[in-house]
Design a protein around this ligand. Structure first.
Ligand code: BGC
Length: 261
C-alpha cells in the first residue's frame, strides 16, 4: 500500500472495463479520489464506485470520448469540481482490431490512432496544463503495450499508436521534469481483459499466446494496477520517462529460451 496516495485525485480514462477498471479499484483501495471515465453507456460504473467506496476511497463517473478535446476538458473539470484538484492522470482508453495491412481502411487507421495516441496526448496536455497552472507536481501514466517494441502484423495501426505513446511519454517527461511533473508509461503484455476475451476463450488461440510468455500465464489486470499505483506514488518520485514492462517476459525474446539461437 502507498499511504501518500490517500486523498489524491486521479482521472482514469476508459475505466469502465478492463485495465482501467482494475486501476480505478486499486486507486480506490489506496483511498484515492477516482474519476472514472467510461465510454459505453452499458458499462457498470456504479459497481466500481461501490467497490472504491467500500475500500475507503471516493469515486465519481463521467462519460466521455477521449478523441474529443471538449470531453477531455470536461473530465479534468469534473475532477476539479468534484474532488478539488488533479494529481494523477491515467491515459488508459484504447482499442484494437485485427486487419491485414493491405485491407486496412483509412477510417480504421484513424480510429485507432485517434483513440490510442491522440486521445492520450489530449489527456497529457490538459492534465499538464492544469498541473502547471496550479503548481502541482503531478504524475501522468500512459498506457502503452509490448507492441511499442514488438512489431505486430495485422495490427499495424495499434503498433504504430503504441510506438507513438512511447516517444510521446519520453518527450513530455523531458519537457516537464523541471516542473516536477513525472510522465511514465506502462507496457502490458497479454492480460486477461474483455479486449482479449474472444482470443482467450479459444483454447488454441490462447495456447499460441501463452507460448510467447516466458512466465507461462496470461497476466491479471491487478498485476497492471499494481504497477500504476507504484508509478503514481511518492515511492517512484525520481522515476520519469520510464516504460514499465509488465509482460511476464514477453519482450525478452522468448524464441531464444532453452539455449536456442
Ligand atoms: C494487446 C493484446 C495482445 C498483447 C500481446 C496487447 O497490447 O492488447 O491483445 O494479446 O498485447 O500481443
Amino acid at each position: 500500500m502507498y499511504p501518500n496516495l490517500e486523498g489524491k485525485v486521479v482521472v482514469i480514462t476508459g475505466a469502465g472495463t478492463g485495465l482501467g477498471r482494475a486501476m480505478a479499484e486499486r486507486f480506490g483501495a489506496e483511498k484515492a479520489k477516482v474519476v472514472i471515465n467510461y465510454f459505453k453507456e452499458d458499462e457498470d460504473v456504479q459497481s466500481i464506485i461501490e467497490t472504491i467506496e467500500k475500500a475507503g476511497g471516493s469515486g465519481s463517473a463521467i462519460q466521455g470520448d477521449v478523441t474529443k478535446e471538449e470531453d477531455i476538458k470536461r473530465m479534468i473539470a469534473h475532477a476539479v469540481n468534484t474532488f478539488g484538484s488533479l494529481d494523477i492522470m491515467v491515459n488508459n482508453a484504447g482499442i484494437e482490431n485485427e486487419v491485414p495491412s493491405e485491407d486496412l481502411t483509412l477510417e480504421d487507421w484513424n480510429k485507432v490512432i485517434s483513440t490510442n495516441l491522440t486521445g492520450q496526448f489530449l489527456g497529457c496536455r490538459e492534465a499538464i496544463d492544469y498541473m502547471l497552472e496550479n503548481k502541482i507536481k503531478g504524475s501522468i501514466i500512459n498506457m502503452s503495450s509490448v507492441h511499442q517494441e514488438i512489431p505486430w502484423p495485422h495490427f499495424v495501426h495499434y503498433a504504430a499508436s503504441k510506438g507513438g505513446v512511447k516517444l510521446m511519454t519520453e518527450t513530455l517527461a523531458l519537457e516537464f521534469a523541471p516542473h516536477g511533473i513525472r510522465v511514465n508509461c506502462i507496457a502490458p503484455g497479454a492480460i486477461d481483459t474483455p479486449i482479449n476475451a474472444e482470443k482467450f476463450d479459444d483454447p488454441e488461440l490462447k495456447k499460441g499466446v501463452v507460448e510467447l510468455i516466458p512466465m507461462g500465464y496470461i497476466g491479471k489486470p491487478e498485476e497492471i494496477a499494481a504497477c500504476a499505483v507504484w508509478l503514481a506514488s511518492s515511492e517512484a518520485s525520481y522515476v520519469t520517462g520510464l516504460t514499465l514492462f509488465a509482460d511476464g517476459g514477453m519482450t525478452q525474446y522468448p524464441g531464444f529460451q532453452a539455449g536456442k539461437g
